[in-house]
Write a protein that binds this ligand. Structure first.
Ligand code: ATP
Length: 301
């Protein structure tokens, strides 16, 4: 019994870390039944999707610890095929929105609906099939680049893997390594930079081709060339997908259908980039701060 307990406990720790970093390792759930915070309702049904769906958060309240509310009445809609970006200070609850949409936790008040269907009424398997996550810190397996990308969809062909890598702009880099797609990555293989890892994650997600995308932008500082590259990859990944973009760099949110400024679990400001600049509030302040930092960085480069 003790022998069994230790590995399960260990898996539990890994699971919690994965859940926190939003890594896309859905298969872990097979082992993790004991650790689930949410269960399928007895009458759960598969998500029904005819086309790309709209996603709605309706008066969502949530706390990890009842004594400390994290989201306090958040409402917004991501229309079908559009991108809604969330910005705000560290700890304001941005990643929590993504965790709730993937249903790592259930809302405590209000609801989240996809194509009008409350996600609590759906099977988790169908929900997670419909959502692709590009996490901040991508977990790569100690295996080949090919395996790491193909993980997005069981049975994908080599040509499909290459097409996804091309769309995520990581193909040239892979093709330039001596063993190409057979190159091993991870701890015992080729070390990839944060940006390269995120591109592998984008390729994996493109291969999965889900109608809904959660993009949790890496917080790490990027030079402006890399920042422009990630922005282009993000745009190709989000095309025709209903996308929730958790953003740390305002340059990536400029084209979003709507930008939400989250502060202490509430939406402080909302609108397009132009509307928020015209408002002259918190977003405008953040924008001018990041612009002056960018100018400073270019001068140092
Ligand atoms: P960042 O920009 O730093 O990624 P964020 O806006 O995405 O921050 P969240 O990750 O949503 O913030 O966290 C919101 C708050 O909830 C933080 O104060 C965080 O410490 C707390 N929190 C996050 N995960 C848990 C957890 N599993 N248990 C308890 N508190 C948590």
């Amino acid at each position: 019994m003790i022998q069994l307990y230790i590995p399960l406990n260990f898996l539990g720790v890994i699971y919690r870390e994965i859940k926190q970093s939003l890594a896309d390792l859905d298969r872990m759930f097979v082992f993790m039944d004991r650790e689930r915070e949410v269960d399928d309702a007895p009458d759960a049904v598969p998500l029904q999707l005819a086309t790309c769906p709209a996603v709605r958060f309706e008066d969502v309240h949530f706390a990890y610890d009842p004594a400390r509310p994290i989201l306090r009445g958040v409402s917004f809609e991501i229309p079908a095929g559009k991108t809604v970006a969330v910005v705000g200070p560290s700890g304001s609850g941005k990643s929590t929105l993504a965790r709730l949409l993937f249903r790592f936790y259930d809302v405590q008040q209000g609801r989240i609906a996809i194509a009008g269907q409350d996600i609590r009424s759906l099977t988790q398997a169908s929900l997670r099939q419909a959502i692709g996550i590009v996490p901040q810190d991508t977990v790569l397996f100690n295996d080949t680049v090919e395996y790491n990308i193909a993980y997005g969809r069981a049975g994908a062909s080599h040509d499909e893997v290459v097409a996804a890598a091309q769309a995520a702009r990581i193909h040239d880099f892979i093709a330039g390594t001596p063993q190409g797609y057979a190159t091993r990555v991870g701890e015992r293989g080729l070390k990839l930079s944060g940006g390269e890892k995120q591109r592998v994650a984008i390729a994996r997600t493109l291969l999965k081709n889900p109608p809904i995308l959660i993009f949790d932008e890496a917080t790490s500082a990027l030079d402006s060339a890399n920042e422009r590259a990630i922005q282009a990859e993000l745009q190709s990944a989000a095309r025709n997908k209903t996308t929730l973009l958790i953003a740390h760099r305002l340059s990536t949110v400029v084209d979003a259908h709507e930008i939400l400024v989250l502060d202490a679990g509430q939406i402080l400001e909302r609108g397009t980039h132009a509307q928020l600049l015209a408002l002259g509030g918190r977003y405008a302040e953040m924008w001018s701060l990041q612009q002056s930092q960018a100018v400073g960085d270019e001068a140092l480069a």
